[in-house]
Structure formats: structure tokens, C-alpha cells
Design a protein around this ligand. Sequence first.
Ligand SMILES: *[C@@H]1O[C@H](CO)[C@@H](O)[C@H](O)[C@H]1NC(C)=O
Length: 241
Amino acid sequence: MKKPLWKDETFLLLFLVLVQAFGLDDDNRPATEVCSTHTILPGPKGDQGEKGDQGEMGKHGKVGPTGSKGEKGAVGDIGDQGMMGKIGPIGKKGDKGVKGLSGISGGKGKAVLAGIRETEEKYYYIVQEEKSYKDAVIDCRIRDGILAMPKDEAANAVISDYVSKSGLFRVFIGLSDTEKEGQFMYADRSPLQDYSNWKEGEPQDPSGHEDCVEMLSTGKWNDTECHLTMFFVCEFPKKRK
Ligand SMILES: *[C@@H]1O[C@H](CO)[C@@H](O)[C@H](O)[C@H]1NC(C)=O
């Protein structure tokens, strides 16, 4: 706080008055006498002045330091689907497949088959499954045999006895004229020759639909329709090559 101006002025005024009043020369008069006077000392402190007016707004401060790093943002949205990748390596070998269906019975071991008949040269076996002529041919072939071909009296007798003793009325035998009407051929494609055992009046095929041959329980032959289904006889040669 600055000292009020009037106090300095009063001090200076008193000093001048004293110098003039005594009329003293500085050179003739000792300074100690003047300074020893009590009247040159400052008076008591005055009252406090009034509060000053508000000052002008200060200048803008300096730019502050860089703030701290903000918090981590929220998880972003799911991105678009990427492009298809490369083809992967070859996979491991797959598991073993399911076991296949049981195969058709084999043609060997014929002695085990119930009711089998035989001659010196062949075995005969009645397959008691109703099949068309074509399917009967296939079935006998799968059994490693052929649809029965009675080529003589003896063979025909064995088969017919087998059929009748089995309680059957008719079975397919390996004889047909599908390739040329009226010219019967055995299942091994050999032609019907000297021997035949047609039922009286047969073969008779006015409509042209009876191209296959069935053996009746009497041993007689009858031409019939190939698509009919019935049991059939397979034969198997004894001397296998
Ligand atoms: C011969 O076959 C024909 C055609 O299937 C049939 O109509 C006829 O009854 C058969 N003959 C005998 C004696 O079974």
C-alpha cells in the first residue's frame, strides 16, 4: 500500500520552514541539531481507503497441456462377410460303409439243399419262389446253374417225380420259343431235337403269347405265358470245368 502523498508534503514543508526560520547555513550549523527535532517524524497511520474499482479483464491464459487419453470406445458393429477362403486340404478317409445286403445263396454245397434230386450227370433243385420265366433264368444263373433242360426221358422222369412229390402242379423249365415262334430252344440255346414230352394238343399258341414252357406234375410240357410267375427248377452239372 502506497503512503498517502500529504504526509510527504507535510514533511517537506516543515523541513523548509525550519530552515528559513533559523536562517542557518548548511556549512555553519551541525546537521545533528536539525535532525534531532521530534517534529520531522511521520504521524500515525491514517484510516484505510475505499476499495478501488474492479480492474479490466485479464488476458487469455496459455494453452493448457494435452488432455489424458479418452476411454476405450464401445465394441463396433459386426463387419461385412469376408470373401470365400481357399479350398481346404483333403479330408480324412471316411468311415467304413454299412454292411451290404446278404447275397444270393451260392450254387455249391448242393447236397445240403433239402429235396435235391440228382442223376449221374446233374443235380436238380426246385426253387420255391414264384418268378416269371426271365427272372427264373436269372435266378438259376446266379446260383451258378441253369433253368432245367430235360433232354431225355430219364432226366424228364426225375424232374417230374420231383415236382409231383413236392405237391406242385407246374414249374418252369428251361425251354422257350421267344426268339422265333414255333422253334423251341433250351436255356443253353440248344434247339429242341429228338426228345420232347408235350401234353396232348400242345404246344398251341394261337395268340402268340405262350412262348415259355412249364412242366406239369405228370411230366408233360405245356407252352404258357412267360410273364406268369411260378416255381421253377434249376439244374447243376456235376462235372464242373
Ligand atoms: C397250358 O397253358 C395255358 C396258358 O397258360 C393254360 O391256359 C392251360 O390251362 C395250360 N394247360 C394245362 C393242362 O395246365
